[in-house]
Design a protein around this ligand. Structure first.
Ligand code: AMP
Ligand code: TRP
Length: 326
């Protein structure tokens, strides 16, 4: 029997952090066991906000290398740059003709990113391109963090809308969101999510951070007034976030960590958190060092060619459905 299909994407600008890893990438890697997986560096999405043109190509290359180091396996999964498969944007246009501007302007991410700047069409249409990414390959499941839930809802709406207007073409995809780690918070303001775009570098741990940097970031992480290591998002968001991170890296359940560190001071707890993160990330750093940029790039080119063939076959079916063929 054919395996079900998974699709997901990650933006290349800004370095990959442990929120990306725990919220999404760990699932990307695991799902390769049981699904037919397609993973994409979504460079066109990264252009919807101001970006550094001179650094862009390098950032894309680096993101690809980091993802392979995290366990995205080009021998098992299709892995390429979004812009090299033009069928994504063609389908986005078609889906855009069926999307209400009102629904797009209510998206939380749009409201956040458009704040204080001139609202641009690309930013508004961002979720339509994301829906096209997913529906282009008829994906059944999409591993993402909690912040993408709303975009997945739109994708599902568009699949249903298209199917009822033009005939059954798209499966309605389900998000795969981890029960823990779906929303890793900033180390500096633990009521906001850890983010690539936060100007404060101490707010996030990168998957390639060396041990001394990890120790120093965890040491400086905001904890809460009073002592006591307890998991309580209301009273102790900083400590709760560190408990989640430690639990996810070490595999030790949170209640066990609470009993181990409950009465010790924050200092000892933070040292243990840092060590768990260092041990968890060490294999990724080693894998990254062992990879060669030229070989990664050659693989990306080969995979884009395979993806284009596959995408073209699917996209032709859409053209026929909407009256653009024959
Ligand atoms: P992005 O960096 O926006 O391309 O996000 C790549 C993936 O990481 C998406 O699936 C996001 O939902 C996920 N992600 C981003 N930030 C976090 C976070 N702080 N906690 C958990 N998941 C996250
Ligand atoms: N919007 C996603 C993010 O910021 C990235 C993305 C683009 C994506 N296309 C996608 C994720 C398709 C899953 C599926 O994280």
């Amino acid at each position: 029997m054919d395996r079900k299909r998974v699709f997901s994407g990650l933006q290349p600008t800004g370095n990959v952090h442990i929120g990306n890893y725990l919220g999404a990438l760990r699932n990307w890697v695991r799902l390769q066991e049981d699904y037919d997986c397609i993973y994409c560096i979504v460079d066109l999405h990264a252009m919807t906000v101001d970006y550094d043109v001179a650094a862009f190509a390098e950032e894309r290359r680096n993101a690809a290398r980091v993802l392979i180091a995290c366990g995205v396996d080009p021998a098992r999964s299709l892995f390429y740059y979004q812009s090299e498969v033009p069928q994504h944007t063609e389908l986005a246009w078609i889906l855009g003709t069926m999307t209400g501007v009102g629904q797009l302007s209510r998206m939380t991410q749009y409201k956040d990113k458009a704040k204080g700047s001139e609202a641009r069409l690309g930013l508004l249409a961002y979720p339509v391109l994301m829906a096209a990414d997913i529906l282009l390959y008829r994906a059944h499941a999409v591993p993402v963090g909690d912040d993408q839930k709303q975009h997945l809802e739109l994708t599902r709406d568009l699949a249903i809308r298209f199917n009822s207007r033009f005939g059954d073409e798209f499966p309605v995809p389900d998000p795969i969101i981890p029960e823990h780690g779906d929303r890793i918070m900033s180390l500096q303001s633990p009521t906001a999510k850890m983010s690539k775009s936060d100007p404060d570098e101490a707010s996030r741990i990168l998957v390639l951070d060396p041990p001394d940097v990890i120790r120093s970031k965890v040491k400086r992480a905001v904890t809460d007034s009073g002592s006591g290591v307890r998991h309580d998002w209301e009273e102790k968001p900083g400590v709760s976030n560190l408990l989640e991170i430690m639990s996810l890296f070490s595999g030790t359940p949170i209640p066990a960590l609470e009993s181990e560190f409950g009465s010790s001071g924050y200092g000892k707890f933070k040292e243990a958190v840092a060590e768990a993160v260092i041990v968890g990330l060490a294999p990724i750093r080693a894998a990254y060092e062992a990879l060669d940029d030229a070989a990664v790039e050659a693989g990306m080119r080969r995979h884009a060619a395979v993806a284009r063939d596959k995408a073209e076959e699917y996209q032709q079916r859409v053209r026929v459905r909407v009256g653009l063929a024959g």
